[in-house]
Write a protein that binds this ligand. Structure first.
Ligand code: FAD
Length: 510
């Protein structure tokens, strides 16, 4: 029997288990479907794209997407101690302060930029220069690469942005986001630091009041009236119920809503179609699914060999406003990134490694919203994941602008020494229709699904501002699924800040 049972040892779960077990009187159980990492490639930043499809990847897939040429999109997700932070690309971006206005609307001050700052700071040890709210002694190392670590191709690309008037800023974690900066990375001494590496250290794992239960799949929540009693799990040696006073679901934006729905919490019709009896009518579970897409990519054949990255291939981000590249403040609406390798979507031919580089482009605040539904009552049933990519004209139009901007940057003089010719979309792709057709074939997930158990003050919301599941007094959801609206950048830093903020609040919750 535990005081608190955390489901999922991913980015959020690792933080929560480490923070709550600081109190020796609090017995914390941490359940994880996967095992601790044993693949040495996980620690090597250059290997991150190669980890997908390995045994510790949930390897989820979307349903065919009408606006991306009917393609099915692969969704890697970590099934391992460390969760998706063992597979991710290590970019650490807090977001723009304005990004959190919708969070504040959903949950009050605590979830505003100002409210989240202490959580961001507590999580980080940054080696970047001074800035308000920078963390100096937190578990997660945030490394701002120096000039000498950045590829000469990327330095030329950054100069190409400057040639168009894009501000050069020191880094993307000091408040302002618009501009070009090296990519801040959760890398220490050349090695990936997952959130579990950072928080679940040997000292933390040695605490008598913290128990990791790995290789353990949570099937559903077990109830006692309006409270949860524990969870029903499947382990290699059979099924059992693990009991706890409180349950914190931190299974990620794909699995958390599925676990709730398997437990009978969701839209009654959706549950019925999956053969699940409804216990609590909460229609928003699984809805509000949002994800960042990237177009892979605006690829260039290089005039000279492209040296391999010393980091994780993608060494700089450029956040922009589509209505003028000279803007220096505010929340961006498009993003570019330079990858020192050919980066193309599945189905498109890539030039050989070392002979090409890519400018990726994306939309920071997509308005398309999708849904996740269970395929059946068991954890082994394949879910329906439908992000409805590019369903809105807003997203399609901004992607067109983003791709045009990538090309404009790619043609600037500072890249002359590197650019031989454009390979993709290719010189023949000029009309808006050509660009739209290319975007539909080249869009791929940026791996930031969120929002499927959204926080809100309204009756429909899945969790309240304390992240308590509305309608159940001792179940909380604390992970990427509570995010009401995506921040501008990659979301791992925000997920960690959510978990830090909730962990500080937890002892006060009745
Ligand atoms: P996860 O970290 O996914 O944790 C969920 C955990 O719960 C997993 O360990 C899972 O195995 C476990 N679990 C799920 N269901 C069950 C169950 N039924 N029983 C038991 N355990 C269960 N973000 C960035 O900020 N920067 C990047 O560069 C970046 N790149 C990415 C690249 C890739 C390939 C991927 C996959 C993600 C990337 N992300 C990036 C996103 C980021 O990693 C995630 O948003 C973040 O890790 C989500 O944290 P989470 O705690 O919500 O979920």
């Amino acid at each position: 029997h535990f005081d608190v049972l955390v489901v999922g040892a991913g980015s959020a779960g690792s933080v929560i288990a480490a923070r709550l077990s600081q109190d020796p009187a609090c017995r914390v159980g941490l359940i994880e479907a996967g095992l601790p990492p044993s693949d040495p490639d996980i620690a090597d930043p250059l290997q991150w794209p190669a980890l997908q499809g390995r045994p510790y990847d949930w390897a989820r897939r979307t349903v065919p997407q009408p606006f991306t040429a009917e393609r099915i999109h692969e969704w890697p997700r970590g099934r391992i101690v460390g969760g998706s932070s063992c597979l991710h690309a290590m970019a650490h971006v807090r977001g723009h302060p304005d990004d959190f206005a919708s969070w504040e609307e959903a949950g009050g001050n605590r979830w505003s930029w100002r409210g989240l700052l202490p959580g961001f700071a507590r999580s980080e040890t940054s080696d970047a220069g001074p800035a308000e709210g920078r963390g100096r002694d937190g578990p997660l190392p945030v490394h701002l690469p120096g000039d000498d670590e950045i590829s000469p191709v990327v330095r030329a690309y950054m100069a190409a942005g400057a040639a168009l008037g894009v501000p050069a800023i020191a880094d993307h974690n000091a408040g302002e986001l618009i501009g070009t900066a090296p990519n801040s990375l959760t890398i220490r001494d050349g090695r990936r630091v997952s959130v579990a590496d950072a928080y679940l250290t040997p000292d933390v794992m040695a605490r008598a009041n913290l128990t990791l239960i790995d290789d353990c799949m949570v099937e559903q929540i077990v109830f006692d009236g309006a409270s949860a009693r524990g969870v029903l799990v499947n382990r290699p040696d059979g099924a059992e119920t693990i009991h706890a006073d409180r349950i914190v679901i931190a299974a990620g934006a794909v699995e958390s809503p599925l676990l709730l729905m398997r437990s009978g919490i969701g839209n009654p019709e959706t549950l019925k179609a999956a053969g699940i009896a409804c216990r609590l009518d909460r229609r928003a579970v699984g809805r509000n699914l949002q994800d960042h897409l990237l177009v892979l990519g605006n690829v260039y054949a290089a005039r000279q060999p492209v040296p391999p990255s010393r980091l994780q291939h993608s060494e700089s981000l450029m956040y922009l406003r589509s209505d003028g590249l000279h803007h220096a403040t505010g929340s961006p609406d498009i993003v570019l990134a330079c990858v020192v390798a050919p980066s193309v979507a599945p189905g498109l031919a890539a030039p050989p490694y070392g002979s090409a580089y890519t400018i990726l482009c994306g939309v920071t605040h997509p308005t398309s919203r999708g849904e996740i539904r269970p395929g059946g009552p068991r954890a082994t049933d394949t879910p329906f994941i439908d992000p409805r990519y590019l369903e809105t004209e807003h997203d399609r139009a901004l992607f067109r602008t983003a791709l045009k901007t990538a090309r404009e940057v790619g043609q600037q003089q500072p890249l002359d020494a590197w650019r031989e010719s454009e390979v993709l979309p290719g010189p023949e792709a000029q009309s808006d229709a050509d660009l739209d057709a290319f975007i539909a074939r080249a869009a791929a997930t940026h791996h930031h699904p969120a929002g499927t158990c959204r926080m809100g003050p309204d009756e429909e919301a899945v969790v309240d501002p304390d992240l308590r599941l509305v309608g159940l007094d001792n179940v909380f959801v604390v992970d990427a699924s509570v995010i009401p609206r995506l921040p501008s950048g990659p979301i791992n830093a925000s997920v960690v800040a959510i978990a830090e903020t909730w962990s500080a609040l937890a002892p006060t919750l009745r």
